[in-house]
Design a protein around this ligand. Structure first.
Ligand SMILES: CC(C)(COP(=O)(O)OP(=O)(O)OC[C@H]1O[C@@H](n2cnc3c(N)ncnc32)[C@H](O)[C@@H]1OP(=O)(O)O)[C@@H](O)C(=O)NCCC(=O)NCCS
Length: 145
């Protein structure tokens, strides 16, 4: 797997995956805003095929992981862990001291991935996300670099 910078011409491929793996997917506008804002937007490719992506928003001292996704057929093979590890390295190279993120309380696989990569819960936002049946809590997680 290689990780390279995402460009505007990758958004179609990214959206195809995003819409399959998220109940509340990012839109084309979300990805193009992230690119034009200069966020760290990375694409994971395997044999020239897009299999995943991630978006990191650099702040002053910390960076926030805004989105990470691995295409369904490629999940549970270690690619999410590899993409996250490379993003943590990118954040460290930008001299950030920690990476933070928000995740739906029901997203057990993502929470397991983050815990496995050293993230701990640092907060909770009650009823933060719209959900199928009402609202859902956001768990805030962080990891020092
Ligand atoms: C979360 C996601 C990126 C994980 O990617 P992945 O490539 O499947 O994860 P990996 O194979 O690298 O797994 C790494 C670790 O995460 C945990 N994990 C990942 N998927 C899991 C699952 N379905 N159930 C339990 N633990 C899981 C495990 O600890 C796993 O290590 P192990 O396989 O040695 O047990 C992927 O499931 C995904 O794209 N989900 C939909 C999008 C999403 O929810 N993104 C996060 C919120 S923005």
């Amino acid at each position: 797997m290689i990780l390279r910078d995402m460009t505007a011409s990758d958004i179609d491929a990214v959206l195809l995956i995003e819409q399959q793996i998220h109940a509340h997917p990012w839109t084309r506008g979300n990805f193009s805003d992230a690119l034009s804002s200069g966020y760290v937007c990375k694409l994971a490719e395997l044999d020239s095929r897009v299999i995943g992506y991630a978006v990191l928003m650099p702040g002053v001292d910390e960076a926030e992981l805004l989105d990470i996704g691995i295409a369904a057929p490629y999940q549970r093979r270690g690619y999410g862990r590899a993409v996250l590890a490379l993003l943590l390295e990118a954040a460290a190279r930008l001299d950030k001291q920690r990476v933070v993120l928000e995740v739906r309380a029901s997203n057990a696989s993502a929470i397991a991935l983050y815990r496995a990569q050293g993230f701990v819960q640092i907060g909770l936002r009650r009823d933060y996300y719209p959900a199928q049946n009402g609202r859902e809590d956001a768990i805030l997680m962080g990891r020092e670099l």
